[in-house]
Write a protein that binds this ligand. Structure first.
Ligand SMILES: NC(=O)c1ccc[n+]([C@@H]2O[C@H](COP(=O)([O-])OP(=O)(O)OC[C@H]3O[C@@H](n4cnc5c(N)ncnc54)[C@H](OP(=O)(O)O)[C@@H]3O)[C@@H](O)[C@H]2O)c1
Length: 285
């Protein structure tokens, strides 16, 4: 029997790459999107390519009723879910001071509570079957605080904490939990990141340097298939690690060194990476 996979946030980027990669490898897959209508071409392409082995369901992770319906449809199609890949997520750019708190709440709703909403619908079945694997798509930003993306980083740190706790709670039920932590990947992520920036902001200089660096890094970043191939390998393993950094070799090395160096050096390296380590003293305004 082919193994069954449910991927949230699968209409673009990493989620879509996972869907295609795993369907191509013979898994039965369901991916979620907030709008089947908006993605009708994608839905048709998937059907044309993989026939009855792949399907999209409509699901907004922010909404209880929508998640209930989406997960129900996924079970109707798949029968069971062997692998749950919690991938839905978006970013938000701006200084903490200038970020509306409401936006922080909304980001937590999608990246954290949205993930938990889906989990809470799927864990009971995995627990009763005494098998299943949950993979969170975290981020390097969940290991290292990214300036001007504080809410985003905080959501990914929260995912790390939930994963660590869940792994221990679910261990005796035969359910595995892991976090895949991509570095910069070329997707629509930066495009769909909400931006809170104003030209008169005291942060304007560093914020624009940060964003320019981010967009430049993205140009040279690996494609989403880089992450999906890694996930394809992980889910075939008998034993999986607590987490995997999936990034170019420089970032991999930096993340290894990261564990050994003092916090102030770590933060300096992050600022350098984003081109904001100058002695820039903005005027008080
Ligand atoms: N790209 C990177 O550099 C990078 C690095 C590290 C981690 N990540 C993580 O990788 C994951 C995927 O990101 P990506 O880079 O592939 O970005 P993406 O191309 O923008 O894809 C994001 C996906 O999430 C879905 N989504 C967004 N808001 C949603 C909501 N409220 N409810 C349900 N689905 C929602 C979107 O689907 P619909 O709009 O169709 O609903 C879309 O399929 C995210 O968790 C992100 O934090 C990305």
């Amino acid at each position: 029997m082919p193994k069954c996979v449910f991927v949230t946030g699968a209409s673009s980027g990493i989620g879509l790459a996972i869907l295609n990669d795993l369907a191509g490898k013979g898994f039965r897959v369901v991916g979620s999107t907030r709008s089947l209508l908006r993605n009708c071409n994608l839905v048709q392409d998937l059907k044309a390519q993989y026939g009855d082995c792949a399907q999209f369901v409509e699901m907004d992770v922010d909404d209880d009723v929508s998640v209930e319906g989406g997960v129900k449809k996924a079970y109707e199609f798949l029968g069971d879910i062997d692998f749950l890949i919690c991938n839905t997520g978006r970013g938000s750019l701006g200084s903490l001071e200038e970020h509306p708190l409401e936006e922080g709440r909304k980001l937590f709703e999608t990246n954290v509570f949205g993930t938990l909403r889906v989990l809470k619908k799927i864990i009971p079945n995995m627990r009763k079957r005494r098998s299943g694997t949950i993979i969170f798509v975290g981020s390097i930003g969940g290991l290292v605080g990214i300036p001007f993306q504080s809410h985003y980083s905080a959501t990914k740190f929260a995912i790390e904490a939930y994963a660590e706790c869940l792994r221990q709670e679910l261990r005796s039920f035969g359910i595995k939990v892991s976090v895949v932590r991509p570095g910069d990947i070329k997707t629509k992520f930066n495009e769909s990141t909400k931006k809170y920036e104003s030209p008169n902001s005291p942060y304007a200089n560093n914020l624009s340097k940060f964003w320019e660096s981010t967009l430049e890094i993205e140009k040279h970043a690996p494609e989403a298939s880089f992450v999906s191939r890694k996930i394809g390998k992980i889910i075939k393993k008998a034993t999986i690690k607590e987490g995997y950094v999936v990034a170019d070799w420089k970032t991999l090395l930096a993340m290894k060194i990261n564990r050994l160096i003092p916090q102030n050096v770590k933060e300096k390296l992050v600022r350098r990476y984003y081109g904001i380590d100058g002695d820039d003293k903005p005027e008080v305004c």
